[in-house]
Design a protein around this ligand. Structure first.
Ligand code: NAD
Length: 517
């Protein structure tokens, strides 16, 4: 085993998470798959094979559906606060396994160890949120227009919820969905990204232990493995009333149509093209910090990564030189080594997309001011390490309009009022995260107003990247319109029922209609 894996003791990590050692076939704790096809997981950190999982066949999927459907019948009758108690225990287990799971996230996906641990912390936080929520699944009461009648609404679980997740948040996105769905009384089937399947198995093992301890059916939480074809088992299945899918807009357009064609519900969390507006009243130090973290964090592979900086001409040169200087200090290397700032991209396809984008921006007339390249030599053997790049560009370049999932930041100059910058910021197909850096109250409020940002997330004096679990998370336009995590996002996992109760011995008909019976 190579040095980098030993750096954090991979064998212990896999053992703690109930995974068998390197390349050892079927993972534990999940259905006994009949298929022979194997999905191998290679680390972008050092190119090593970490392990493999068996790909779910259609027959396996049927077995999973059967288990999930049976489990739902039990789980839905359990009082919500008791379901919350199970989620509380899951959160406690995560606290104990935080270090191991954080390291696996970092090694399998390539994000820094701090970010890997942060992702597990988000899982813990959403567990806490869901526990509280389990006592707050409130509906409204209404005054009936008929005497002796009472009206109210209540929320019931939907049934089996399908979760499809992306590689870049291999564990947190599942937790955002599943913990809320569980307290709502749903059971879940999860298909993690084919690029981080072991993270999925590790999570499934953790929840399986909790369910077994509580003598609950394991079908409350189910895992299936594979690529889009396996995801398709769920999107096309009308026994699954809700599909929550996180990933590219390309994927979302297909999933949305598959689910809509059977009149199912979908919750879509898709690509972003996030911008920070920097006005003449911005604090330059805060701007540089927010922009650099947003652009290079997770090697530019966050849905909320900062891709565009829209800077006023009066301060353009100052901001530009601050950012270019900061980029010179970035350390790129093994993400498990805490002294490094930037880890690898997920795979070589991602590296090629990065190179193509850099080529295209130049072809369209842009100027590279922090040169990008693929790093070679000791420590970079996986071929997935790239240098974060900066290009000066125009907002209407095709490549600037497109989400390239890599650390490339486009600097765009604006002149005149902040309205011009807001128009540029909104003038893309995606609508996930946005920010303004300014100490001018009028500019900040305009940005947040109805004439301001059209994104699901709009921040003042913090960057675009990251979000707290307490808020509803998601974006508009080609980002898909879904909301998950905090606030009232739980409602999507439930069906609303309006109830009218007549406590008289009369039957007053609506609209004053009378029958002479
Ligand atoms: P991807 O679209 O390639 O894959 C995402 C998931 O969808 C995977 O599990 C994949 O197997 C599955 N999938 C793909 N096509 C499918 C189909 N036709 N039917 C069913 N399942 C299908 O995305 P990725 O490369 O893993 O992740 C990067 C993308 O995800 C970026 O665009 C990023 O912005 C987005 N993302 C968005 C959010 C958000 O909350 N808005 C969060 C994380 C990532």
């Amino acid at each position: 085993m190579k040095e980098s894996a030993n750096l954090f003791g991979i064998e212990n990590v896999l053992k703690t998470l109930g995974l068998k050692a390197i390349n050892n076939g079927t993972p534990t704790g999940i259905v006994n798959y009949s298929g022979n096809s194997i999905l191998e997981s290679f680390s972008p950190v050092d190119g090593q094979l970490i392990g493999s999982v068996t790909i779910t066949t259609k027959a396996d999927f049927e077995a999973v559906m059967e288990k999930a459907t049976a489990a739902f019948k039990i789980w839905r009758t359990m009082p919500a606060p008791q379901r919350g108690e199970v989620v509380r225990q899951f959160g406690d287990k995560l606290r104990k396994k935080k270090e191991a799971l954080g390291k696996l996230v970092s090694y399998e996906m390539g994000k820094s160890l701090q970010e890997g641990l942060g992702e597990v912390q988000e899982m813990i936080d959403i567990c806490d949120f869901a526990v509280g929520l389990s006592r707050q699944l409130y509906g409204l009461t209404m005054h009936s227009e008929r005497p002796g009648h009472r009206m109210y609404e209540q929320y019931h679980p939907l049934g089996v919820v399908g979760i499809i997740s992306a590689f870049n948040f291999p564990v947190a996105v599942w937790a955002w969905n599943t913990t809320l769905a569980w307290v709502c009384g749903d059971v879940c089937i999860w298909k993690p990204s084919e690029k981080a399947p072991l993270c999925g198995v590790a999570c499934q093992n953790i929840i399986s232990e909790v369910l077994a301890k509580n003598k609950l059916p394991e079908g409350i939480s189910n895992l299936i493995n594979g690529d889009y074809k396996v995801g398709g088992f769920m999107t096309k299945d009308n026994r699954i009333p809700l599909i929550s899918a996180t990933g590219s807009t390309r994927m979302g357009k297909i999933v949305a149509q598959d689910v809509a064609s059977r009149l199912g519900k979908s919750l879509l969390e898709l690509g972003g093209n996030n911008a920070i507006i920097v006005t003449p009243d911005a604090d330059i130090k805060m701007t540089v910090m927010g922009a650099v973290f947003g652009a290079v964090g997770t090697a530019g592979q966050r849905c909320t990564s900062t891709r565009r900086l829209i800077i006023h001409e009066d301060i353009y040169d100052k901001v530009k030189s601050g950012i270019v200087d900061a980029y010179k200090q970035l350390r790129i290397g093994n993400p498990l080594d805490e002294t490094n700032h930037v880890g690898p991209l997920i795979d070589k396809d991602a590296v090629n997309m990065y190179l193509n984008a850099l080529k295209q921006v130049v072809e369209e007339g842009g100027t590279i001011i922090a040169k990008g390249e693929v790093l070679k030599g000791k420590g970079y053997e996986s071929g997935c390490y790239v240098k974060p790049a900066i290009a000066e560009a125009k907002p209407d370049f095709k490549i600037v309009q497109h989400e390239t999932f890599a650390p490339i930041l486009y600097l765009i100059k604006y002149s005149g009022d902040v309205e011009n910058a807001i128009e540029t910021q909104n003038n893309v197909a995606q609508g996930l995260s946005s920010a303004i850096m300014t100490n001018n109250l009028q500019e900040a409020e305009l940005f947040l107003s109805v004439q301001g940002s059209d994104c699901g997330i709009a921040n003042v004096n913090i960057g675009t990247s990251g979000a707290e679990i307490g808020g509803a998370f998601g974006g508009e336009k080609e980002t898909g319109g879904g909301r998950e995590s905090g606030s009232d996002a739980w409602k999507v996992y439930m069906r609303r029922q309006t109830n009218t109760i007549n406590y008289t011995s009369e039957v007053p008909l609506a609209q004053g209609i009378k029958f002479d019976l």
